[in-house]
Design a protein. Structure first.
Lengths: 293, 174
């Protein structure tokens, strides 16, 4: 298998990268870890005329707290996020979801931001970003802007990025108070999930659920919030019965695809099951957190 | 035609100054340009890991990297493991001893992934091996003997002193 011919550029700064992207528009693709893009190029499902390799840009691999939120640079590898103490402490869901991406050797190359920009509807990290209410920091030819996760994913493998724009980092609000859990079902360990769910649960002083945020992957063209479940949970006691009942709402508004990995009916079933499991675990962790505080 | 890229890459300790088409995959470069056929072309899209080599010490699917990305990088392939006289590297000995291969197609990738694991975890437990080699597909062995082999390689390596990514210098007994 051979990729179609392309021109290769390795800019040293974000500005230079944006310049290449602006000049070549839709003919250009960004190369970060390459673990998704190069496989598409090998099978010629992607045939960019210009490959903009951002790996030579210094300072893009940071994972750090900045003004009260967690910032993850475009070259931070999934493995680094998975093992990062600050990610575990401040946005544990992202670390948990990262650990489910493919295999360790792939995660050492693959980047968190690359997976988000690739916008595979089955992938973990776009859904985790949505559950965490994160945002993309987007650098374009004229300015920098932020795009909330809810506005970023517009379709399967499609984002609201404009030509010439690059996601230089993502920003995720600190959620040290929230119990977090990622669960998924994949055909084999390391495969993309058929369906996955990430949940964040906080408890109030009386132990009732103060807030719940849940996002699912594998059930539509984009990651989706399970808002009906979130509403049902807010203010409820975090009992198993209440969570099981609320999770039943997860499939209500879904119209998932059928493909060889799973039928629409199976995905709807999984949406409920993954929601239930992730919320049960997240609530348990929120309780443990409160007990240890 | 796109402009070729000039770069320097070290493979198994030998530096090469090369001029490559941007689309040249590391896997094809190793096999076709350097005649190193150890890294195997299996699926060629990042699924099977038979093409795994070490890039700056990290187990990497060579079908998912372009040579153009590797200016200044050091690559090790399975050919770097055995000594010039054919003496097997302890990891290879362990695979032989534990029947960690049958047809052998996946073995170069397994060995290089094991190299990386043993560099960081000299005495791995079975779960460590499953984590590190979980992305490498084998259609013969059922995996158990591969896990046994990598676990057995730890003590063999310790007895041999050499480190997995820096095998005994060629022609010098360890």
């Amino acid at each position: 298998m051979k990729p179609a011919p392309f021109d290769y550029v390795a800019p040293r700064t974000v500005e230079e990268a944006v310049d290449h992207l602006t000049r070549h528009g839709a003919d250009a693709r960004v190369l970060a870890g390459g673990q998704s893009l190069v496989r598409l190029m090998n099978t010629r499902l992607a045939t960019p005329a210009v490959l903009v390799d951002i790996n030579r840009i210094d300072g893009l691999d940071g994972i750090a707290l900045e003004n009260g939120s967690l910032r993850i640079g475009a070259l931070a590898r999934q493995r680094a996020a998975e093992l990062s103490e600050v990610v575990h402490n401040e946005a544990s869901l992202l670390a948990q979801a990262s650990a489910h991406v493919a295999h360790a050797s792939v995660r050492r190359r693959g980047t968190v931001v690359g997976s988000i920009a690739f916008a595979d509807p089955s992938a973990e990290l776009p859904a985790a970003l949505l559950a965490l209410d994160g945002e993309a920091i987007v650098t374009g030819p004229d300015s920098e802007r932020t795009v909330a996760a809810a506005d970023l994913f517009t379709g399967a493998f499609e984002t609201s990025l404009r030509e010439g724009e690059l996601i230089s980092a993502i920003r995720v609000p600190r959620r040290p108070d929230a119990g977090a859990a990622w669960t998924e079902v994949a055909r084999r360990e390391g495969d993309l999930p058929v369906c996955g769910a990430g949940a964040l649960v906080t408890l109030d002083a009386n132990g009732a659920i103060a807030s719940a945020r849940i996002a699912l992957c594998g059930v539509g063209a984009t990651p989706v919030r399970a808002m009906a479940v979130e509403e049902a949970l807010t203010g409820a006691e975090p009992t198993e019965d209440a969570i099981v009942a609320a999770a039943e709402r997860a499939a209500r508004d879904l119209d998932p695809p059928s493909d060889p990995h799973g039928s629409a009916a199976y995905r709807r079933h999984l949406a409920v099951a993954m929601t239930r499991r992730s919320v049960l675990r997240a609530a348990e962790r929120a309780r443990e957190g409160a007990a240890n505080a | 035609m796109p402009e070729k890229v000039r770069l320097s890459i070290t493979v198994n300790g030998v530096e090469h100054d090369v001029l490559v088409e941007p689309r040249t995959l590391l896997l094809d470069f190793l096999r076709d340009e350097l005649d190193l056929k150890g890294a195997h072309a299996g699926c060629e899209h990042g699924v099977c890991a038979a093409c795994t080599v070490l890039v700056d010490g990290e187990a990497t699917r060579s079908c998912l990297m372009f040579v153009a990305q590797l200016d200044g990088a050091a690559v090790r392939t399975v050919e770097s493991l055995a000594a010039a006289d054919g003496t097997l590297h302890p990891i290879q000995q362990a695979f032989m001893q534990e029947h960690g291969l049958q047809c052998g197609f996946c073995t170069p990738g397994m060995l290089m992934a094991a190299c990386e694991l043993l560099e960081h975890t000299p005495m791995p437990e079975p779960d460590d091996v499953r984590e590190a080699l979980g992305g490498n597909i084998c259609r013969c062995t059922g995996y158990q003997n591969i896990v046994n082999a990598v676990c057995a390689a730890g003590p063999l390596l310790a007895a041999n002193v050499g480190t997995p990514t820096a095998p005994p210098a060629q022609g010098v007994s360890a």
